[in-house]
Design a protein around this ligand. Structure first.
Ligand code: FUC
Length: 803
């Protein structure tokens, strides 16, 4: 079947074919082999649990929606990333800063740590955190469900024959299809980034068969007004917590039949051949410190929905398809999977039970789903993907569905550069940039420091201060995030970005740390104090993760400053590096130490494996460069065991890939699929938390390609089960695009296209047997092979082939 047909047409054709199959099996055989479609033979239950594990997500970065697929009653739950409680609209919101100065508090904590070695995190909380009677949730706020588009279809049954609900991640289109009597109903959903709206199309194969009433429902305790006019439902109100104005508009267009605007703010269509629904949302949020408020959304929203309605369905879909393909289509992965004709929940349930080709098909789908989710939840101009991307059904979601900065937000963006979606990291860059202004106030108030700081979690209102929870103490978050900005430069070699965006942030982050670091009386090195390994153990001086993150920061800063000719900054960074404790020690049971004192407990299985930052995403420890430390990292990682939350397993895929153990990395991937993945393939902590999806896609990429050590390492951690395969379009640092082919576990062909002129350095064991390099026109290119390293000089934009 021609996969380029529109979803509706495919479903209609399938439906027509199935209609004549006796018995009408719900196993849609004709769909076998669609490798990038999640599909189910039933709707998602209309409950929070059904939402979490079975609804299918679409999104355009700013907006998200989830498809339930009910037959008689359809529910399209939707979100707008700016709809939050908390923030400046709450009278006593203060960005997490203290309500009054606490003279001497920091120094007292430091004194105790020097004396006692480590002190309870609760004591640091008592001294530097928010008082627990501060109503954190009211001030900090939480990401909100916006509401639901509810469609009721008179005369349709609860259950229908030949039911199929699907999400084609390659096309970025979701759909529902079923037979009611002898009428085939099809519904199609997509979220358009170019048009800024969510679009639904309802059709039947019988003229005049479309009849429904559409309404927008908002959470019960939220006051809102609903009106309908000209086929447009408008629902608006303001959140009681912070007064944030919100508005949703749903334009109903129909072909044939009649339409009625009802006085209760609903729209009814009867006897239509088809209908198109266009949903837009807006709030008066503005990413603008300190008020974070802008204009009422009405005018902008009206214009956006009207412009989309004027385009019509076919043009909206074509523009969306082109836009989605331009991102999604950059990477293709073939692990030798063969997708069976089974619903995705059955495929997942059967994973690991005896059909390796089906397992690999699920892995390929899971991989691309991670890329899909980033495309759907992080577009330039929107806020970054939060703990649930852009999808949330609750008013009090887990961890506020916020921005946790002690790994979760970082993990969301791990796949961006390597899987060729670099521009989708723009929301992260802007978010970090905008945290600086409030972060300067916090740095001054809490630490008397220059520069800026944020702690372990933030909202969309510049919360950079403390929390009322011992986990909060993580001033390293900014330094970690700054590293991701420099990495964007490393992947793209975009010097303008480096100069204008990354470098100023790196420099200002370093200013904070130059003030914060103290000389460790034990050995004269520079250490962070207080310093805590995220969410584990006491507060100490010079915890491994803090030191490793700072090693990265000052190394990156020195390199960037050198590159930009800023000698003064380069020298200052180098001077810090000379004295900085690098956070790398091997302890009494052979482990990589988590703390500067050898206090690691071999029985500890905590989900955060923070002291292995140096392995991933850091670069201080690798079997290639520091074999003893890499062995110690393995000892630590084995002690932690393979259990963990979804994101923790995902991180461990990355660790084992960086430790060059493909089978173990694959085992963690398998564990994640078996025990931390929901029927809709969302990662579960539990509950649903999207970082594990992104972390797994990153980990799978790290198994195939690594570039953090200055060479491009090809198939560094290929597991036995991925014997034959190919991948195209991956990105490596140094602005290279790569295609790889392997057979019987050995690299057989590489194509590399550098964006810029320079030396290409490729690493693979197969090069030991020799290699042939040709340019785009098949002409031999002179190269050198030294052990497993192949190098040659390349021209910008030329596509080289190595066999
Ligand atoms: C970190 C983790 C938790 C959870 C939360 C959102 O604090 O330790 O497991 O993922 O973020």
């Amino acid at each position: 079947m021609n996969r380029r047909l529109l979803a509706g047409s495919i479903i209609t054709l399938l439906g027509a074919a199935l209609a004549v199959v006796p018995g009408g099996s719900s196993t849609v055989a004709a769909a076998a082999g669609e490798p990038y479609t999640l599909w189910y033979d039933e709707p998602a239950p209309d409950t929070n649990e059904g939402w979490e594990s079975r609804s299918l997500p679409i999104g355009n970065g700013a907006m998200g929606a989830t498809v339930f697929g009910g037959v008689a009653a359809e529910r399209l739950q939707f979100n707008d990333k700016t709809l939050w409680t908390g923030g400046p609209g709450v009278p006593d919101y203060n960005f997490g800063n203290w309500d009054a100065p606490r003279p001497g508090a920091l120094e007292a904590v430091r004194e105790r740590i020097w004396k006692e070695g480590g002190i309870p995190a609760e004591d640091v909380l008592a001294a530097l955190g928010l008082k627990s009677d501060t109503p954190r949730h009211r001030r900090f706020g939480a990401y909100q469900s916006f509401g639901d588009v509810r469609l009721s279809f008179p005369g349709l049954p609860e259950r229908a024959a030949d039911y199929r609900r699907e999400l084609d991640v390659e096309r970025g289109v979701a759909g529902v299809s079923f037979l009611a009597g002898d009428v085939r109903h099809t519904r199609e959903y997509f979220a358009s980034a170019p048009a800024g709206v969510v679009v639904a199309r309802l059709a039947t194969d019988r003229p005049g068969g479309v009849a429904f009433t559409a309404r927008i429902a908002v959470p019960a305790n939220r006051s809102a007004t609903a009106t309908a006019s000209g086929g447009r439902v408008t629902v608006k109100g303001a959140l009681s917590n912070n007064g944030m104005a919100y508005e949703a508009q749903l334009q109903v267009l129909h072909r044939g039949g009649t339409r009625t605007d009802n006085p209760d703010g609903t729209v009814t269509v009867s006897g239509a051949d088809s209908a198109v629904l266009i949903l837009g949302t807006g709030t008066d949020y503005a990413d603008d410190y300190p008020s974070y408020r802008g204009r009422d959304p009405h005018a902008r929203l009206t214009a956006r929905v009207s412009a989309a309605a004027a385009q019509g369905h076919a043009r909206l879909l074509a523009a969306h398809r082109a836009d989605h393909r331009a991102l999604f289509g950059r990477v293709a992965l073939d692990l030798g999977g063969v997708m069976p004709a089974r619903p995705t929940d059955d495929l997942l349930a059967a994973y690991g039970t005896g059909d390796p080709a089906a397992d690999r098909a699920l892995e390929q789908l899971f991989y691309q789903y991670g890329r899909y989710l980033l495309i759907a939840s992080s577009r330039p101009g929107s806020l970054p993907a939060n703990l649930q991307g852009v999808w949330n059904v609750l008013e009090a979601p887990p961890w506020q569905s916020d921005y946790h900065l002690n790994i979760n937000l970082q993990m969301n963006y791990w796949p961006a550069e390597q899987t060729n979606l670099a521009e989708l990291a723009e929301p992260l860059h802007t978010y970090v940039d905008r945290l600086r202004e409030p972060g300067r106030v916090t740095a001054g108030q809490m630490y008397g420091a220059d520069g800026w700081v944020a702690h372990h979690a933030s909202n969309i209102f510049g919360q950079t201060g403390a929390w009322d929870h011992p986990a909060y103490f993580f001033p390293e978050s900014g330094a970690w995030l700054a590293g991701q900005l420099y990495d964007h430069y490393r992947f793209t070699l975009d010097e303008r970005f480096l100069k204008r965006t990354a470098y100023p942030i790196m420099k200002e982050t370093a200013r904070f740390w130059r003030d914060f670091l103290r000389t460790d009386p034990r050995d004269g090195s520079l250490v962070a104090v207080p310093s805590r390994s995220p969410e584990l153990g006491p507060s100490t001086a010079g915890t491994a993760m803090s030191q490793q993150i700072l090693w990265n920061l000052f190394t990156d800063l020195r390199d960037a400053a050198t590159l930009l000719g800023d000698g003064k900054e380069a020298r200052a960074a180098a001077a810090v590096l000379e004295r900085l404790d690098p956070g790398l020690r091997v302890g009494r049971w052979g482990q990589l130490q988590e703390w500067k004192d050898d206090r690691d407990d071999p029985a500890e299985t905590h989900r955060h494996v923070s002291h292995l930052f140096a392995v991933h995403p850091g670069r201080q420890v690798s079997p290639r460069t520091t074999p003893e430390l890499a062995e110690a990292a393995k000892v630590s990682l084995n002690a932690r065991t393979d259990v963990g939350t979804g994101w923790s397993k995902a991180w461990k895929i990355n660790f084992w890939a960086r430790l060059l153990d493909g089978d173990r990395a694959h085992k963690l991937l398998a564990d994640q699929l078996r025990t931390s993945t929901l029927a809709n393939l969302w990662d579960t902590h539990p509950p649903f938390q999207i970082d594990g999806n992104f972390g797994a896609t990153s980990g799978m990429t790290e198994m195939l390609l690594q570039s953090h050590l200055g060479t491009i390492d090809l198939l560094p951690a290929l597991p036995g089960t991925w014997r034959d395969g190919q991948v195209s379009g991956l990105r490596a640092r140094g602005a290279h695009t790569l295609d790889l082919v392997w057979r019987s576990g050995r690299l057989s062909e590489v194509k590399v296209t550098p964006d810029e002129r320079g030396t290409v350095r490729l690493r693979s064991d197969t090069f030991r047997d020799g290699a042939r390099v040709v340019d785009g026109r098949g002409r031999p290119v002179s190269h050198r092979v030294n052990g497993d390293l192949l190098t040659f000089s390349a021209k910008a934009g030329e596509r080289y082939r190595i066999t």
